[in-house]
Ligand binder design. Sequence first.
Ligand code: PLP
Length: 395
Amino acid sequence: MPGFEIFGDAEKKQVTDVLETGVLFRYGFEGTRNGHFKALEFEKKLCEITGSKYSHLCSSGTSSLITALAACGIGAGDEVIIPPFTFVATFEAVINAGAIPVFGEIDETLCLDPDKIEDVVTSKTRAVVPVHMCGSMARIDEIKTVCDKLGLVLLEDACQSLGASYQGKGLGTFGLAGCFSFDAVKTVTCGEGGGIITDSRKIYEKADQYADHGHDHSGGPDRGADDHPIIGSNYRISELNAAVGLAQLNKLDKILDIQRKNKSAIKDAMAELPEVSFRYIPDPKGDSATFLSFFLPTKERAEQIAENLSKNGVGSPYWYDNNWHYYRKWHHLREMKRSAKLGFELAGNLPDYKNLVLEASDNIMGKTISMQIMLSWTKQDIENRIKAIMKSFKG
Ligand SMILES: Cc1ncc(COP(=O)(O)O)c(C=O)c1O
């Protein structure tokens, strides 16, 4: 998923545009910014790419999620269903919104299982946040059907899946809002950055206000004249970060093309291995191909293969034991270690995260290995990699 691999003159040119004006702020300074509105331009382009009506950039994927939850009216007393296979940020965002994260099980898409959502729905459930992990998609149409049936807000965490789609429709556009990350290791990077997309004017306006201290941006060049319809925070992106991302966004088609070719080459070779089956991808054409994820017949065999791959120089994430992307090792979250008391804790309804066991998810993740697909691989690199993979399966 790394846009940083193809950094070049285009990124430098965009940043220079901003540095030459000295206007590093996305709002105001019309007289001195020489017509440069990098964040705005990025937002327009993000709408074109995803097919959404509105978009708003934030300082990170995490702040985009927090902002989107707030814009959707999710807060104290609400429960939000999330998957256990995601980056910790999804959990953190729900906590920051003042709501309670509740875990649902995943299926062989490695994303939230639509068939198991209702198992964890209560009278307090307000939203479902599926995470389109590792460049591919959840069974998002089925998740949407469940949300519509139960009257729940659908907010997609598409932080890892820019450019991916399901049946021709961009991920992030199925629910009320979708979020992306443009951090250092994502398909497109701003250094740090994130974005919200939505087709709802109301959600867009709330997000735009929330991420900028409640400014309604109605006061023209004088920010002091803006009104403040809601309490917000500062989750703004800087023009410098947006400028880097704009250059990267213009390369997205090329990035996806390379990723898909590189992934195909490895996948075709691995298809010969009788022990291997692949992650279920509901629409393979829409896969952004940042990772190749596959299953081994047992957990023990997956552990062995992960070790062999590492020994042979093609180390690949075995998420089951990962500190940051799977709930098992989130000791700080499971024990709710925090710097201060949380609102919902005071209300006395803290879920028992500590003793939580998600059997179906553990069973799937125990057998899963993922390989990151790089843009910079040469033909030779891919051949060497395939040899190393084949060797790893002999042991
Ligand atoms: C699924 C997911 N959600 C949210 C985030 C948070 O994004 P950021 O690092 O930009 O805050 C990430 C980042 O890795 C992610 O992978």
